[in-house]
Design a protein around this ligand. Structure first.
Ligand SMILES: Cc1cc2nc3c(=O)[nH]c(=O)nc-3n(C[C@H](O)[C@H](O)[C@H](O)COP(=O)(O)O)c2cc1C
Length: 190
């Protein structure tokens, strides 16, 4: 955790594909964040095996799970930028959350978490966000409320070639959310 007045925030992207709009949004965040919010990408979670208590019992937590958990535990806050798959949380990300939820020093406990999503359709990933709120509340995360970031019709909001976020209203609301999340983390912590 940062001790210099800045806040150390880890950003988790729920999409694994190269051309991901959610990954593109995650890459944009450092440019839009207040100077006091230091953002860094979470360690990869795509090679974590499917959760199985037998693996945990026999071998302990896989190294990727430990690295993912350590990054969350060490951070002042977490931002999850994720698509919605079949009306809910993408499986790989849910699997990573299920693994870390079994740890004794559970990394999401009392952790401020903000959500963002990009989707191809009109709901912008809203159902993923509500399921994520429910899931993370069950493991004692402290969920940030508003403003919400739901990027609808994502293909229209990013440059087709460079994947740069070009939609000004989206840029404006992301700036507002990041500033509000900075204040939220300090309020929760103090
Ligand atoms: C397996 C799968 C399920 C999807 N389900 C939904 C869905 O429930 N709601 C939605 O808005 N979009 C859904 N989509 C479309 C995604 O919004 C779209 O592919 C988006 O670009 C994925 O995010 P990404 O660009 O960050 O990879 C789905 C896509 C995939 C591959």
């Amino acid at each position: 955790m940062a001790t210099d007045g800045n806040l150390d925030v880890v950003v988790i992207c729920g999409s694994l594909r190269k051309g991901s709009y959610n990954a593109a949004l995650a890459r944009t965040l450092p440019r839009l964040a207040p100077k006091t919010l230091k953002l860094r990408a979470a360690p990869p979670f795509d090679r974590i095996p499917h959760y199985n208590f037998d693996i945990q019992h026999a071998d302990g937590f896989p190294a990727e799970v430990t690295a993912f958990a350590d990054a969350i535990r060490a951070a002042d806050g977490v931002i999850i930028v994720s698509p919605e798959y079949n009306w809910t949380i993408p499986g790989a990300l849910k699997n990573a959350i299920d693994w870390v939820s079994r740890m004794k020093d559970q990394p999401f406990k009392d952790k401020p978490v903000a959500l963002q999503s990009c989707a191809g359709g009109v709901l912008g990933g809203a159902r993923m966000q509500y399921h994520m709120r429910q899931s993370l509340t069950s493991i004692d995360a402290i969920m940030f409320g508003r403003p919400e970031i739901l990027v609808t019709f994502a293909a229209k909001k990013f440059d087709e070639k460079t994947l740069e976020l070009t939609d000004q209203p989206t840029i404006d609301i992301v700036i507002q959310q990041l500033a509000a999340f900075d204040a939220f983390i300090r309020r929760v912590r103090d």
